[in-house]
Design a protein. Structure first.
Lengths: 112, 418
């Protein structure tokens, strides 16, 4: 699977890339802005989306993804209640997370 | 509340208006009565004059009858008495009848007088002497007195009525003043209360804003801590990955390093979990059972440990220590201890003994315990690291039936027992 990483902190992006490669997926990006994300979305199968992009709110991307029906997950230090009622059903990788959680996320996405 | 004030206000206005209407109608009645009294007094005065006139006539007739010539009663006087009689009409039927009778008597008297002025005075004299005229005038006088008496009664009645009305008006005024004062007081307290309520509401709003702001800060701080933790995790991972690329390592070495990295990651996650729980509790302290379950349940099946003890609230510092300690104990139990075989389980108990909180971690039904020849980082963390900060003690004993860890913590301001 091609997975787009939307993450503004490069070290965190590196960690996610590392995990994706270990799990045999192809990481795309990482990108750190809403604009870049929107151009790359058509090329990927799934998105891992950081909620806060250096002050820029990435919920705009989440709205586009929800509309298009493309699978995605948030990665955030916020809990799901803080992100918003609307996104309560979006899977959340709660920072810090391990490779097992990412693997579980892919399994759940595939079964859904 | 504003509605309440409005209701009280309109009630007050309605009452004042109602009482004003009552008072003005009462004073209108009083004024009307006063006018009637004035008129009746005038009439009474006229009646008195009439009485005098008739009395004079009576005297004159008597004098005449006694054969003494005197001046006849002037027509002016008679005319005036006629006017008086007319003005007396319309008071009461009784009085009216009496007036009619008086008018009749007057007519008879006038007829008599005419006869008395006839050219033949002898006839008149006979009539006079018969006492008829005298009788007529007597009766007139009686009637006049009766009318005057009725009039006086009527005026007296009106006066009494007016006094009663006046008293009622005064009472009304007193009532108006009392009710208005009461209502004003009520209105005033309502206004004061509304001000106080507004003050309290403002205070609450400010407080809740402060709390919201505080929550926002806590959430933001927690977010940053999580980001820092994930950065640390990434640094460790990148460091290891880089080392793998530079050094030629055997697969056993790689496995050992990966294993160590996993243990590091798990410790980091446990720390993060404790952080999340404390953030939820706004860093005010947390229930020991809750902290224990949160620490152990990601690692151990909940059916494989029993925990029992009184409700104890622990400080954030102690929560971090206990989190780290239980994490190490659980990891060890899974790898080497009771949880490494399917029958084994962990018994966790705590109690308050004097000024100490004593916690015992006891592993049961596991493989025979072997005293380790070398102490790893895990046992160092348990015995030396975790409890030092909160001035507690943790002692590992390698009981052959199962590992036991005894923890003692001074019950001070660090913990709260309920």
């Amino acid at each position: 699977m091609k997975i787009l990483i939307v993450e503004d902190e490069s070290l965190v992006a590196l960690l996610i890339e590392d995990m994706l490669e270990t799990l045999g997926h192809e990481p795309l990006g990482p990108v750190a802005t809403v604009g870049e994300s929107l151009t790359l979305i058509p090329e990927c199968d799934m998105v891992i989306l950081d909620v806060n992009l250096d002050g820029e709110n990435s919920l705009e991307i989440a709205d586009v993804l929800m509309e298009s029906g493309k699978p995605f997950a948030f990665s955030s230090g916020y809990n799901s209640a803080t992100i918003g009622e609307k996104y309560i059903n979006v899977p959340l990788l709660s920072k810090p997370f391990g490779i097992e959680e990412v693997e579980q996320l892919f399994q759940n996405t595939l079964t859904n | 509340l504003k509605g309440k004030t409005l209701v009280v206000g309109s009630l007050l206005t309605a009452l004042v208006v109602g009482l004003a209407v009552a008072v003005s109608s009462a004073s209108y009645a009083e004024r009307k009565n006063q006018l009637a009294i004035n008129r009746a007094s005038d009439e009474a005065e006229t009646l008195r004059q009439l009485e005098t006139t008739i009395f004079n006539q009576q005297r004159a007739i008597r004098n005449y009858a006694m054969g003494i010539y005197s001046t006849p009663i002037s027509t002016f006087e008679l005319g005036r008495s006629g006017e008086v009689i007319a003005s007396l009409r319309g008071n009461s039927s009784n009085v009216e009848n009496m007036i009619d009778e008086l008018a009749d008597l007057d007519r008879r008297k006038n007829g008599f007088w005419r006869r008395a002025s006839d050219p033949d005075p002898n006839e008149a004299l006979i009539l006079l002497r018969s006492g008829e005229a005298d009788h007529i005038v007597d009766e007139m006088l009686t009637k006049t007195r009766q009318i005057a008496h009725a009039k006086r009664g009527y005026v007296l009645g009106l006066r009494e009525q007016n006094t009663a009305l006046h008293e009622r008006i005064q009472l009304f005024f007193v009532l108006i003043i009392l009710v208005a004062l009461g209502l004003l007081g009520l209105l005033w307290t309502q206004i004061l209360r509304s001000f106080r309520l507004e003050e309290v509401e403002e205070m609450f709003a400010a407080k809740s804003k402060e709390v919201d702001h505080q929550q926002l800060l806590i959430d933001e701080l927690s977010h940053r801590v999580k980001n820092t933790l994930v950065t640390v995790q990434s640094l460790a991972r990148q460091t290891i990955t880089a080392a793998f690329k530079v050094h030629e390592l055997t697969s056993a070495q790689i496995e050992a390093i990966e294993d160590a990295y996993k243990r590091f990651e798990k410790r980091l996650f446990a720390l993060s979990m404790a952080h999340t729980l404390l953030t939820q509790k706004r860093w005010q302290g947390v229930d020991l059972r809750e902290m224990t379950l949160a620490t152990l349940s990601p690692l151990i099946d909940i059916t494989r440990f029993d925990c029992s003890g009184p409700k104890v609230e622990i400080s954030p510092n102690f929560a971090f220590s206990i989190n780290l300690l239980f994490h190490e104990l659980a990891t060890n139990a899974i790898k080497y201890g009771a949880l490494s075989c399917p029958e084994g389980y962990v018994n966790l108990e705590w109690e308050i003994k004097g000024d100490k909180l004593c916690i015992e971690w006891r592993e049961c039904d596991g493989p025979p315990v072997v005293v380790p020849t070398r102490r790893g980082f895990g046992s160092k963390l348990i015995e030396k690291g975790a409890m030092r900060e909160v001035r507690g003690k943790a002692q590992l004993s390698f009981d052959p039936d199962g590992l036991v860890c005894s923890i003692e913590l001074p019950v001070s301001n660090k913990v709260k027992i309920e």
